[in-house]
Design a protein. Structure first.
Length: 264
């Protein structure tokens, strides 16, 4: 999908054609399962890696699900509240926004879209960016895959990282000090680790894997798989790390890549 959550018809065609040819296709995303629109599942997929690798599902079976503990969740929520940082909890049951996230995220998501070169970035609002967000629910939870929070400064990330050495600390929405968000997840969980778990479950060979991505968080997955492809609309770091760069998502990028790799 593109950065406005639009699904190109050519991407659907490519995935269905690849599966019809005998290939297995897994969605591997930073998103938790509830964030994805029904049209994603309607494509037909062999499984799903979510939460940046905290969740692995194959053929309807949950292969792995690593969760932030309830105690860790409470500490995170209290810490972010104390810093006056708005955030959302990512769970397979939904996204749970902090009290002022809807308002505070508007300029952040507009900047995110501007960086992606979208001409209508100033029209972006929080509900468009996060249509699955739930507000007003309890924030002390036992089903959290990871937590994303808005950075008011890069120091917020550094301080959070120092305060939570027991968790995986990352950023997104920009490289280094330009990052817009920080995130917290289960320690040592990455998309690459999830791919390795999936391959063991399937009895599949690493030499038969191709990774598709668009961001720095995908780079370990690129290194883990035999071949890698970055979308033309992706970040410079991901492009440099990939074996091949296709066209943008909204320029039939996935379809063109599937053709390039001989999947269809």
């Amino acid at each position: 999908m593109d950065y406005e959550n639009r699904l190109p018809a050519s991407a659907v065609q490519a995935i269905r054609a690849a599966r019809a040819a005998g290939h297995r296709v897994y969605l591997c995303s930073g998103r938790s399962k509830a964030e994805n629109k029904q049209e994603i599942w309607d494509i037909g997929l062999d499984g799903y890696i979510g939460g940046n690798g905290s969740y692995v599902e194959s053929d309807g079976e949950v292969v792995m699900h690593q969760l932030i503990t309830p105690e860790q969740c409470r500490r995170i929520v209290d810490w972010l509240h104390s810093r006056k940082l708005e955030f959302y909890l990512e769970s397979n049951s939904g996204l749970y926004g902090s009290e002022n996230f809807r308002q505070r995220a508007v300029p952040v998501m507009q900047e995110y879209c501007r960086r992606k070169g979208k001409p209508d970035a100033e029209q972006m609002d929080t509900d468009s960016a996060f249509p699955a967000m739930i507000y007003g629910a309890g924030l002390y939870r036992d089903d959290v895959n990871k937590v994303s929070y808005i950075l008011e400064s890069y120091q917020d990330f550094l301080d959070t990282k120092a305060s939570f050495p027991d968790l995986q600390n990352g950023t997104w929405g920009g490289a280094g000090e330009t990052a817009l968000f920080g995130d917290l997840g289960v320690k040592d969980i990455t998309k690459a680790h999830a791919v390795e778990v999936l391959l063991r479950h399937l009895g599949a060979d690493q030499k038969d894997t191709i990774a598709f991505g668009d961001a720095a968080v995908d780079i370990p997955m690129f290194a883990c798989c035999a071949q890698s492809c970055c979308m033309g609309s992706g970040g410079d770091g991901a492009k440099a790390a990939a074996d091949y760069v296709t066209t943008g998502v909204d320029e039939d990028g996935l379809y063109n890549a599937f053709v390039h790799f001989g999947l269809i």
